[in-house]
Design a protein around this ligand. Structure first.
Ligand code: E4P
Length: 217
């Protein structure tokens, strides 16, 4: 399963990228706002830093304008995936841009039927938002399961990019279901390394080691 980092913070991406943990990056208008950076400049920096797809989102709502914005964003680098919302205009944009050979990430997906439409429109990635579904008492992982079954039934090659990840369990469940990609905030990815028994075990080893009076270096 590929790991994308869901942030526009350069330092956080660099830290994970140096460890080989970054297969791509996703941003959205809220993350750009949080970074305080210019969208073109920060996307260019991220695109140069990572090898994998970097999603940059359009903000227009009419297909014609979305297409123009998408083309401009795609000029930033060959690894740019143009992110469009799952609206009728977004699907039109997806069809046109994917027809031009550009990667398209269809975002704000909350149903299996929406995911079906995105695949038919040629999306490279579909981004179902699990955390926001959980927030309204709908199990987000059920949606990932449904999309996996539907895409496999018809051999769609659109990749399932699990988004709006809030917990490490969302990542475990995504891997179990066979999602292609997860995108998560850097702090959630770093939490994957934590386990209380690891901390407890290490503490005991350090105590015993101190009693030996030895040194390795
Ligand atoms: C990623 O593509 C999405 O924009 C992001 O995961 C949304 O996450 P949120 O629901 O925590 O804002």
């Amino acid at each position: 399963m590929k790991f994308f980092v869901d942030t526009a913070e350069i330092d956080a991406i660099a830290e994970l990228n140096d460890l080989g943990m970054v297969d791509g990056v996703t941003t959205n208008p809220s993350l750009i706002m949080k970074s305080g950076r210019d969208i073109i400049e920060v996307t260019r920096e991220i695109s140069a830093m990572v090898d994998g797809p970097v999603s940059a989102e359009v903000v227009a709502t009419k297909a014609e304008d979305m297409i123009a914005e998408g083309r401009k964003l795609a000029e930033i680098g060959e690894n740019i995936a143009v992110k469009v919302p799952l609206t009728w205009d977004g699907l039109k944009t997806c069809k046109v841009l994917s027809g031009e050979g550009k990667m398209v990430n269809v975002t704000l997906c909350f149903s299996a039927n929406q995911a079906l439409l995105a695949a038919k429109a040629g999306a490279t990635f579909i981004s179902p938002f699990v955390g926001r579904l959980d927030d309204v008492n709908i199990d987000g992982m059920d949606l990932i399961n449904d999309i996996r079954v539907i895409y496999d039934n018809y051999a769609y090659d659109t990749e399932i990019l699990v988004a709006s990840i809030r917990t490490v369990n969302h990542i475990t469940d995504s891997a179990r279901i066979g999602a292609d990609v997860i995108t998560a905030p850097p702090e959630v990815i770093k939490k994957l390394a934590s386990h209380p028994l690891t901390d407890k075990g290490l503490e005991a080893f350090m105590k015993d080691w101190a009693k030996t009076g030895q040194k390795i270096l």
